[in-house]
Design a protein around this ligand. Structure first.
Ligand SMILES: [Zn+2]
Length: 833
């Protein structure tokens, strides 16, 4: 479930959703926004000669030319256009960001700085840029260069058509929320000689404040708009924050308390709704609040009310902003009066749009991954309670996040009401025609429901179409041959398939509750969806791809190869695990996404171990290791060299298009697997007791919250064991720096001999080498003896630092003569071949 990619990079991907225009009432404009959006050059200018503007990692060198100012709004100059000869430099503050910038910009091994020259530059700012420019030269009036007018129009066109992000909202936020401060954001739009149109920005409220959900509190970013090379080339804390090792989180304006979302689906994929959000004001004098909402959903009306104890809310009209659907459509509202910090307010938005839901075929419709199908103050960043009311055509069933409170039919419409039992990050649903199977499980305390489609033939038709046209999962070249009639699939017994899905869900529920602790909710619904290629998890609700309901023979007949089998076997466990990793404990930003995806992969491996045995668990990690090490077609390097786990969705670049999933999911899971092994006590009654205590502690500590990678590290440090204490200071920095924040992978070579010693003792001696890593790289490598096939015992751990060769000479008691001695036999340490 790569959620951030969908949220953020959607602008740079080919438009996949075809919407139709919805005739909404014209927006009631906020006058400040209208003035910013429509601002023109006002004739003020100043000459420039050798001016340098420094903004954190950016340095703008303006050799000669002039600045032209935009008309002030609310008495403040917030924008200017530069024409002339200039250049910029971006010097990354961290090694990891330097490596990423080198990768995306095509820099070599010795890359230090990205540099480019330009002939125009457009600035938008809520900081003191205007004052800084006026110190450089006196302002002249009455000069208007038509080229400056053109440059401004061009920048607005990039904003609307290429970035599809409304940067004017960021200026508005500073101007109305902190009208007396000049400590706001700095945004520069520039197209250089080499680099496509780019946004260079420093935002004291964090990059997320510029409208990029999930980016978190890092202040400095460089975003390039280009269909092939585009993306977040640089996202980082400020240099000072990096040096101090302390950074501020994103500044939050609001805290959503609860959502009441009324949704009407008159037909298929069209949505009409009214959402009421109750929220707490977190900053003084709040007027501007950004909303997340799919651009296809057009706002028709907005209103607000302040909550006062014992009084009915008094609703007042609220100006809202939402530009054209296929342009910079980020939504926002502007309160006509400043709201006091600590106040509780209600916000009500009405909206509608066509073709908003995904059509899964077979008359089943669902919400795409984490889509903002209702206006919200931040998905995956702010947990809240939900009450959800759905009106759908009679004959359909809605399955939603939450617990069903009520169901009734009015004429041709069926109305259901749902409520969450615990705070949730996001709400979702699907609807269609379903058959239900239900089972109460005492071990996990959960009621599991499995919903399958009764209309099997339709689904098979869909599948046939899928594999004929896309063949996405047909990786062994065996094409599907349509034999007519029921085809090679034969008759699909949906009842039996539902039982298989139920068994997977029950296994997951019991196992994960034992390892990670109980869930706050009382039920989980698993629903089939016709989309063949992916699963999705919502709080209390899991969408499963239809192919996971097919048996092995049927999948084989559809031409699906072994990779499909692994996907199908594990997708149910992975999605179920998201009830813990993603919904019980969320990840704070895109850099922490592995805390959801890697943890769910690890959980799937646990389920594989418990249902198929330890060799299957080891195979799971051998496959994961291959994905991490391999170089796939279209990539110019193996996945592990694309960047660290904490680069999140940014791992997918033009030069490393498939790196994200192997690193976030597989390497993220592998990190947890390595921790488990280091903490394991094979001789103890429960060998994993220490690791289980760690995971339960993490789940309990961060239940209903969002965790960072640093948070998880702290929990690990609370469960320190000798094998983890490699640096002797009870810290896990060494481990996280290497595996989570770093990209190095070691290589091991052993030259060991075994000889008989006294009694039943055996002497193992020789050399163990660690190679291909820097001088600081530490690992604790298992020393093993092999007695026969699948008969390997670990007899000790060898600590290694840097490129090192270490002599081994030990005597151990063994039950019989070993065939040989070796190290890292099962990839206990993630290593290269
Ligand atoms: Zn996932």
């Amino acid at each position: 479930m790569p959620r951030l990619r969908r949220l953020i990079l959607v602008s740079f991907l080919a438009a996949s959703v075809v919407g139709t225009a919805f005739a909404a009432a014209p927006a009631a404009p906020d006058p400040t926004y209208a003035a910013i959006r429509g601002a023109k050059l006002d004739g003020r200018s100043l000459p420039v000669h050798n001016l340098v503007l420094e903004r954190d990692a950016f340095r703008f060198q303006l050799d000669s030319g002039a600045f032209y100012f935009l008309t002030p709004v609310e008495g403040r100059t917030f924008g200017a256009v530069f024409l002339g000869q200039g250049s910029y430099r971006l010097t990354p503050a961290t090694r990891s960001e330097r490596q990423h910038l080198a990768l995306v910009s095509g820099g070599g091994e010795d890359f230090e700085t990205l540099a480019d020259s330009f002939e125009s530059l457009v600035l938008l700012f809520g900081d003191d840029t205007a004052a800084e420019l006026q110190l450089h030269a006196p302002v002249e009036t009455g000069k208007l260069d038509p080229q400056a007018v053109q440059a401004l129009a061009k920048a607005l066109e990039w904003q609307r058509k290429d970035f599809k992000t409304n940067f004017h909202l960021r200026v508005l936020r500073d101007l109305v929320n902190t009208p007396h401060l000049t400590s706001g954001a700095f945004l520069a739009l520039v197209k250089g000689q080499k680099v496509p149109p780019a946004l260079a920005a420093v935002d004291p409220d964090g990059a997320e404040a510029m409208g990029f959900g999930g980016l978190g509190g890092e202040d400095t970013l460089f975003l390039v708009a280009d269909p092939a090379r585009g993306g977040f080339w640089y996202v980082c804390d400020r240099q000072g924050e990096v040096t101090r090792g302390k950074a501020l989180p994103a500044k939050r304006l609001t805290d959503a308390l609860d959502y009441h979302v009324e949704t009407e689906i008159a037909r298929d994929t069209d949505v009409k709704g009214t959402a009421t959000v109750r929220f707490k004001v977190l900053v003084p004098g709040l007027r501007f609040v950004p909303l997340f909402l799919l651009p296809e959903l057009r706002i028709s009306e907005a209103s607000y009310a302040l909550e006062t104890a014992g009084a009915e809310p008094v609703w007042k009209p609220l100006p809202f902003i939402q530009e054209a659907e296929k342009e910079d459509a980020d939504a926002a509202v502007v309160f006509p009066e400043p709201l006091a910090k600590g106040a509780t307010a209600l916000l009500r938005i009405s909206y509608a749009g066509d073709e908003v839901l995904e059509d899964g075929g077979d008359k089943n419709y669902y919400v795409a991954a984490r889509a903002s199908w209702y206006p919200n103050l931040g998905i995956s960043s702010d947990m809240a309670q939900f009450e959800l009311v759905y009106r759908v055509p009679a004959g359909n069933e809605v399955i939603s996040v939450g617990r069903k409170l009520d169901e009734r039919t009015e004429g041709e419409t069926v109305i259901t009401t749902w409520k969450t039992d615990a705070p949730a990050q996001v709400a979702g649903f699907n609807y269609g025609r379903f058959k239900k199977l239900e089972q109460v499980d005492a071990t996990s305390g959960l009621t599991i429901q499995v919903f399958t489609n009764p209309g099997t033939p339709d689904v098979i038709r869909e599948l046939k179409g899928f594999f004929r046209t896309e063949g996405a999962l047909d990786d062994d070249g065996v094409g599907y041959v349509d034999t007519g009639g029921d085809g090679p699939l034969g008759t699909v017994n949906t009842a039996r398939l539902a039982e298989a899905a139920m068994a997977d869900a029950l296994n997951s529920a019991r196992l994960f509750a034992t390892w990670f602790g109980p869930l706050p909710q009382k039920h989980v619904a698993v629903t089939q969806q016709s989309d063949a290629s992916f699963g999705q998890s919502w709080p209390t609700l899991i969408f499963m791809p239809y192919i996971s309901f097919l048996d092995g023979t049927q999948r084989q007949r559809l031409g699906m190869g072994p990779e499909t089998k692994d996907f199908v076997d594990n997708v149910g466990y992975h999605e179920f695990a998201h009830q813990w990793w993603g919904h019980l404990v969320g990840a704070a930003t895109y850099r922490d996404q592995w805390l959801e995806e890697g943890f769910s992969e690890f959980s799937a491996a646990l389920a594989v171990q418990h249902t198929q045995g330890w060799p299957a668990y080891e195979k799971f990690w051998r496959d994961a290791r291959r994905q991490i090490l391999d170089k796939y077609p279209g990539n110019d390097r193996p996945h592990w060299q694309a960047g660290p786990i904490t680069l999140g969705f940014r791992l997918d670049t033009q030069r490393t298009p498939t790196a994200g999933q192997p690193i976030i999911y597989s390497k993220g899971g592998y990190v947890l697997h390595m921790l488990r092994l280091l903490m394991r006590e094979p001789a103890a009654p429960d060998p994993d007791a220490r690791f289980i205590a760690l995971m339960k502690d993490y789940a309990t500590t961060y239940a209903g919250k969002l965790a960072t990678t640093a948070d998880f590290q702290k929990v690990v440090e609370r469960h320190m064991v000798p094998a983890l204490n490699a640096t002797g200071d009870a810290k896990m920095d060494w481990f996280f720096q290497e595996w989570v924040y770093g990209t190095e992978l070691p290589r091991y070579a052993a030259d060991l001999e075994v000889e008989k010693a006294d009694g039943d003792q055996w002497r193992i001696f020789g050399q163990v080498k660690q190679e291909g890593v820097g001088q600081e790289f530490r690992a604790v490598v298992p020393l093993q003896v092999e007695f026969g096939k699948n008969e390997i015992a670990t007899i000790g751990l060898i600590p290694l630092v840097g490129e090192a060769s270490r002599p081994v000479d030990v005597k151990v008691k063994l039950p019989k003569k070993p065939k040989k001695a070796l190290v890292n036999a099962h990839g206990e340490v993630l290593a290269r071949d």
